[in-house]
Design a protein around this ligand. Structure first.
Ligand code: KIV
Length: 290
């Protein structure tokens, strides 16, 4: 059992913590969309580590511990090999590093699809171990029964439709979805069934814009777009993509920074100074007391 929780002194009799937690809650995120309208779009970014969470938390409503960490952190070829333990450990770090955002954690491939009971076992483990407030799972109509099962047992769920990366082998790649009428209708139907099953939000990934708009109009819960539309009720990006950590990023990513260049140039300066013996300098060196 994890001992990573910070104590919320507003709801606990435990010893006061230096910084009482005042997190946003799942109901508050859900209520952002009222009568089909979201006045204040939901801001979500991925986070995988405690320090990253600390930096992102004040600016976000939700932090997603995405299974994209497989590629981003572990250099895996896809998210398929990601395990429950990897997700639980990174989610616990993100919870430790945040006190404002709702932390949601991705259920990795193979840990929820077989049955609602299996999904409950995996999701409850993730939440107990990490302190995350919600899980996200991929799939539409076929997952509706599971979403309902989880929600009725105390597990808030975010759905994920459109381009669902865990289905890469079925889809044949990471292409934009919904270019044909039948597929477009299926994506809208998928989102509707997740909404009816009780998902409190739905990620729409990699679809042509009219579908993202149709889905957003069709469901009562907020939609969170990635490669979708500014008309969604919120947006999410992989933080490292947004920061410019990788050379190639999909078209839907806006590179707000060129962090890879900064890291590379800094490592070069360090290596030059080590080779020239100009680091460590006087300021970084301990001398005996006189
Ligand atoms: O794994 C992930 O980071 C995600 C987002 C891209 C939505 O699912």
């Amino acid at each position: 059992m994890s001992t990573t929780f910070q104590l919320d002194t507003s709801t606990s009799r435990a010893t006061p913590t230096p910084q009482p937690i005042r997190r946003l809650t799942v109901p508050k995120i859900r209520q952002r969309k009222q009568g089909g309208v979201t006045q204040e779009p939901i801001v979500m970014l991925t986070a995988y580590t405690a320090r990253q969470a600390q930096l992102l938390d004040p600016h976000c409503d939700m932090l997603l511990v995405g299974d994209s960490l497989g590629q981003v952190i572990y250099g895996l070829p896809s998210s398929l090999p990601v395990t429950l333990e990897m997700m639980a450990n990174h989610a616990a770090a993100v919870v430790r590093g945040s006190y404002h955002s709702v932390v949601a954690v991705d259920m990795p491939f193979g840990t929820y699809e077989a049955s609602p009971e299996k999904a409950f076992e995996s999701a409850s483990y993730l939440m107990k171990f990490s302190g995350a407030a919600a899980v996200k799972l991929e799939g539409g109509q076929v997952m509706a029964e599971t979403v309902n099962f989880l929600v009725n047992r105390g597990i808030p769920v975010i759905g994920h439709v459109g381009l669902t990366p865990q289905a890469v082998n079925v889809l044949g790649g990471y292409m934009v979805r919904g270019r044909g009428d039948a597929e477009a209708e299926k994506i809208v139907a998928d989102a509707r069934s997740l909404d009816e099953a009780g998902a409190f939000a739905i990620v729409i990934e990699g679809v042509v814009e009219p579908i993202a708009i149709d889905v957003t109009k069709a469901v009562s819960c907020p939609t969170i777009g990635i490669g979708a539309s500014s008309q969604c009720d919120g947006q999410v990006l992989v933080t490292e993509d947004m920061l410019g950590m990788f050379e190639r990023v999909p078209r839907f990513v806006k590179r707000y920074e060129e962090i890879a260049d900064t890291i590379s140039a800094t490592a070069q300066r360090y290596s030059e100074e080590v080779r020239a013996r100009s680091f460590p300098g006087v300021e970084q060196t301990y001398q005996p007391k006189k």
